[in-house]
Design a protein around this ligand. Structure first.
Ligand code: FES
Length: 168
């Protein structure tokens, strides 16, 4: 019986290993496919779990250092799990001029996290992004694909409270 989630060899077992194997077989023998592999792995787990990266290294023979180098170089890759609700807070010029910083402070205080972090309950991740393309509504944030514009710190807090309440 599994005791601690390890695979009996001292390594943490990889979740969904069959799907991970499918990804690896898709790129087998294709040179220069590391970024595509990592994109697919992130698509599977929503982030890049350490045990999955180690597994990719074992199976492909690509050194861990190289894999981590690529995973940390590109901002599209995440090494930590994201929350259930991802808040994209615009820091583009129009939003910046119209108070995005104050919105960020309100969100951070409301959730008890800093930008780039996930709340302990796993509900929210806050990520700053460049222009979301709806500058006339600045300052703007997007939660789960829905745009919230003309934000004030108070309004941002209320929106977060509503999302929290919907989870209770
Ligand atoms: S600058 Fe924020 S939406 Fe364009």
């Amino acid at each position: 019986m599994a005791c601690c989630g390890c695979n009996g060899k001292g390594n943490v077992a990889v979740k969904d290993v069959d799907k991970l194997d499918e990804i690896l077989s898709k790129y087998e023998g294709i040179k220069g496919s590391l970024i595509s592999i990592l994109q697919d792995v992130q698509g599977l787990y929503e982030y890049l779990p350490e045990e999955a990266l180690n597994y990719v290294s074992e199976k492909t023979g690509i050194q861990r250092a190289k894999i981590y180098g690529v995973a940390t170089f590109y901002t599209q890759f995440r090494l930590d799990p994201v929350g259930k609700h991802v808040i994209l807070l615009c820091q583009g010029t129009a939003c910046h001029v119209n108070g995005a910083k104050a919105i960020e402070e309100a969100i951070c205080e409301e959730l008890g996290i800093s930008e780039g972090e996930t709340t302990e309950d796993g509900l929210f991740t806050l990520t700053n992004v460049a222009c979301l393309g709806c500058c006339s509504l600045s300052p703007v944030m997007m939660i789960d694909g829905e745009v919230f514009g003309k934000l004030t710190p108070k309004k941002a807090r209320e929106i977060l409270k509503e999302v929290k309440a919907s989870e209770e």
